[in-house]
Design a protein around this ligand. Structure first.
Ligand code: PEP
Ligand code: MN
Length: 361
């Protein structure tokens, strides 16, 4: 178990993460007083390593507060100096880069609406050729991991040696308590593609609601994320952007103190863990064996359906299967939702498999 400690960006970028990085600050820089007071409160309550603040705000709806612009960049720099903490700002084009670097921004971040567009990402990367400023790349709005990895690579290719990722959740049309679906598996996919790239979680934009920030932060730590970027404002309800998800610096301090952080990776000394994992491996092999047997039967069923002219998908059969298996799961204390989802996947592949067999014939 460890804790979040204030640290230099340079130290954090050097492997491995022994203490997660905390980035905090308002969604938008609104006035010199707002950012200064927020920064001072943050410093008093939390081990903050980087002060964030949006100066140019990419808004979904025109007419929303679009940021103060270049002038606010100066206010952010001054607030950072006052609390002796480096600052980070979102840049969305080469002009933003120029203004931010000239003002003295220490770190830049790329917003979700920019990562989706390789033209913009490349333009920003070109503006950074020969400038070794750290860059944090938020995931694109939709879950296309290639686009996220591609944006990171564009910065690496122009010589930016310190590039990290920010997981801020994904747009989804499904009804949910989250503003953006967490889609944790996508950050694992990015890790698999780019194991050397650190990933910070942004619980604020996943949540969209300040009541969920703590819980999401804990999940991020449980999953071994390398840090947190959290929106915090001296007066969240009065914020000009993302009011519902911002928290006070005091609340942030409480959240950070409550977090359970397990940075240590399991080692060979955890023999009980190793034994349990071996047992899991055996069970998983059995599961794959059972699925193989199931697909053999599916093959025979496909042949009969073909011969008798029956449709591959039969609604009543599917409904019965789900009902029986979820009831069985429940009686054994397993989550019926989990079993429903699992069988939906098994059934989907079964239908696809039968379709491919029949097509062949
Ligand atoms: C932000 O950090 O304020 C922001 C606009 O985030 P995102 O790009 O993740 O929507
Ligand atoms: Mn925001």
């Amino acid at each position: 178990m460890t804790e979040i400690k204030a640290q230099t960006i340079t130290d954090w970028f050097q492997e491995p993460t022994t203490s997660p990085l905390l980035i905090a600050g308002p969604c938008s820089v609104e006035s010199p007083e707002q950012v200064m007071e927020t920064a001072q409160q943050l410093k008093a309550h939390s081990p903050i390593s980087l002060l964030r603040g949006g100066v140019w705000k990419p808004r979904t709806k025109p007419g929303s507060f679009e940021g103060v612009g270049a002038e606010a960049m100066q206010w952010l720099i001054e607030a950072g100096k006052a609390i002796d903490t480096p600052v980070t700002v979102e840049v969305a084009n080469s002009e933003h880069v120029e203004v931010a670097l000239k003002a003295g921004a220490d770190v830049l971040w790329i917003g979700a609406r920019t990562t989706v567009n390789p033209f913009y990402v490349q333009e920003i990367a070109e503006a950074l050729r020969g400038v070794d400023v750290p860059v944090f790349v938020k995931n694109p709005i939709h879950a296309e991991i290639g686009l996220w990895a591609g944006a990171i690579e564009r910065f690496q290719k122009v010589g930016v040696s310190r590039v990290a990722a920010v997981h801020r959740g994904f747009f989804s049309t499904a009804k949910s308590v989250y503003r953006n679906a967490p889609g944790w598996q996508h950050s694992f996919d990015l890790r698999a593609l780019m194991p050397e790239v650190k990933i910070v979680c942004d619980p604020s934009h996943i949540a969209g609601d300040r009541r969920l920030v703590e819980e999401i932060s804990q999940v991020a730590m449980d999953l071994g994320m390398d840090g947190l970027m959290i929106e915090s404002h001296r007066n969240p309800d009065g914020a000009l952007s993302d009011a519902a998800q911002q928290i006070t610096p005091e609340r942030l301090g409480n959240i950070i103190r409550q977090l359970k952080i397990h940075v240590e990776r399991p080692t060979a000394t955890h023999t009980d863990l190793a034994e349990l994992r071996e047992a899991l491996d055996v069970l998983d092999q059995e599961m794959v064996g059972v699925l193989k047997k199931r697909f053999e039967k599916v093959k025979d069923i496909a042949a009969i359906k073909e011969r008798e002219g029956l449709s591959i998908f039969q609604m009543d059969r599917w409904m019965k299967l789900v009902q029986e298996q979820t009831a069985l799961a429940e009686s054994k204390g397993l989550s019926p939702e989990f079993i429903h989802e699992l069988f939906a996947l098994v059934h989907k592949y079964s239908v696809d498999f039968q379709t491919s067999l029949i097509k062949k014939e």
